[in-house]
Design a protein around this ligand. Structure first.
Ligand code: ADP
Ligand code: MG
Length: 241
C-alpha cells in the first residue's frame, strides 16, 4: 500500500473533480454559458412543444378569444425552425432577430409582433455574442419585456403574456444578484412563468380580445401567457440535457 501524496491529488482527472463539485452543490456547475448552437436547438424544441400543445393553446383561446392561438404559434415556430436550418450565422443576436422577424411576419395580427418582439429585442440585447451567461440572459429577458410592454401597453394583471414574462424576468434578475447557477435560475424562471400564466385564470382581461367578455373571462387561463411558459420550459429542457 502506498500513501497518497500531493502529486496524486493533482492527478485526479478533471472530470472526477467536476462530478464531485456538482454532487456537493447539488446542481451542474458546468453549464454557465449557453452557446449559439444551443440557442438553435432551443428554437427547434419550442417548435416541437408548440406542435404538441397546439390544440390545448387553441382551446384556451377559444374560451375567451377566437381560438387561433395554437395554430398561430405552430405556424410561426415551424417557419422559424425551417429558416434557421439555412442560417449559417453563429452570433446569437442575428439568430434571435431572424426568429423574431419570422414570427412577426408569419403569425401576423397583433400577436405576431408581440411574440416577434420577444425574440427581436432579446437578439438586440445579445448582439454579436456567440455565448451568453445568466447576466446576459436576464438583460435579454428585460429587453423582451420592455419591447412587449412598449408595443402592447399591457401591465401585469391585465391577463396577457406579460403576466408570465414579467415574473420570469424578475426571477432571472434576482438569480443574478444571488449568484445562482444558470440552470437553477432557469428552473426558477420556468416556475414563476407557470405561476404567472395560471394567475391569469382568476382575472378579467384589460388587453386583447378577451376584454370583450368582461367578467366572463374569469376562470380561463390566457393562451399567450401559457405560450410564454411553454417557451421557457422548452428553453430549460434543452439547457438541462
Ligand atoms: P389574436 O388575439 O390576434 O387572435 P392570439 O390568439 O394568437 O392573437 O394571441 C392572443 C394573446 O396575445 C393573448 O392571449 C395575450 O396573451 C396576448 N396579447 C393580446 N393583447 C396583448 C397586449 N396588448 N399586450 C401583450 N399581450 C397581448
Ligand atoms: Mg386568437
Amino acid at each position: 500500500m502506498r500513501l497518497l501524496t500531493h502529486q496524486d491529488s493533482v492527478d485526479v482527472p478533471s472530470r472526477v473533480k467536476q462530478l464531485t463539485t456538482s454532487r456537493l452543490f447539488g446542481e451542474n456547475p458546468l453549464i454557465e454559458t449557453i452557446e449559439s448552437q444551443t440557442i438553435k436547438r432551443i428554437i427547434v424544441k419550442i417548435a416541437e412543444t408548440m406542435r404538441e400543445q397546439k390544440d390545448y393553446l387553441s382551446r384556451l383561446d377559444a374560451a375567451i378569444g377566437d381560438g387561433d392561438h395554437g395554430v398561430s404559434m405552430v405556424r410561426g415556430f415551424n417557419e422559424a425552425e425551417l429558416r434557421l436550418n439555412k442560417l449559417e450565422d453563429n452570433r446569437i443576436g442575428p439568430i434571435l432577430k431572424y426568429v423574431g422577424i419570422t414570427l412577426t411576419s408569419t403569425i401576423g395580427g397583433a400577436t405576431g409582433p408581440l411574440f416577434g418582439s420577444i425574440f427581436l429585442k432579446a437578439g438586440q440585447a445579445a448582439g454579436e455574442k456567440e455565448k451568453i451567461n445568466l447576466e446576459d440572459l436576464a438583460q435579454m429577458f428585460q429587453a423582451s419585456l420592455d419591447g412587449v410592454v412598449s408595443l402592447g401597453k399591457a401591465q401585469v394583471g391585465e391577463k396577457t403574456l406579460v403576466d408570465a414574462l414579467s415574473p420570469a424576468t424578475e426571477s432571472l434578475k434576482k438569480s443574478v444578484k444571488r449568484k445562482k447557477s444558470l440552470l437553477a435560475a432557469l428552473e426558477d424562471a420556468v416556475l414563476e412563468s407557470k405561476k404567472g400564466a395560471e394567475s391569469t385564470r382568476d382575472i378579467a382581461a384589460a388587453k386583447g380580445r378577451a376584454t370583450y367578455l368582461g367578467e366572463r373571462a374569469v376562470g380561463h387561463i390566457d393562451s399567450g401567457a401559457m405560450s410564454v411558459y411553454f417557451i421557457l420550459k422548452s428553453f430549460y429542457d434543452v439547457v438541462k440535457t
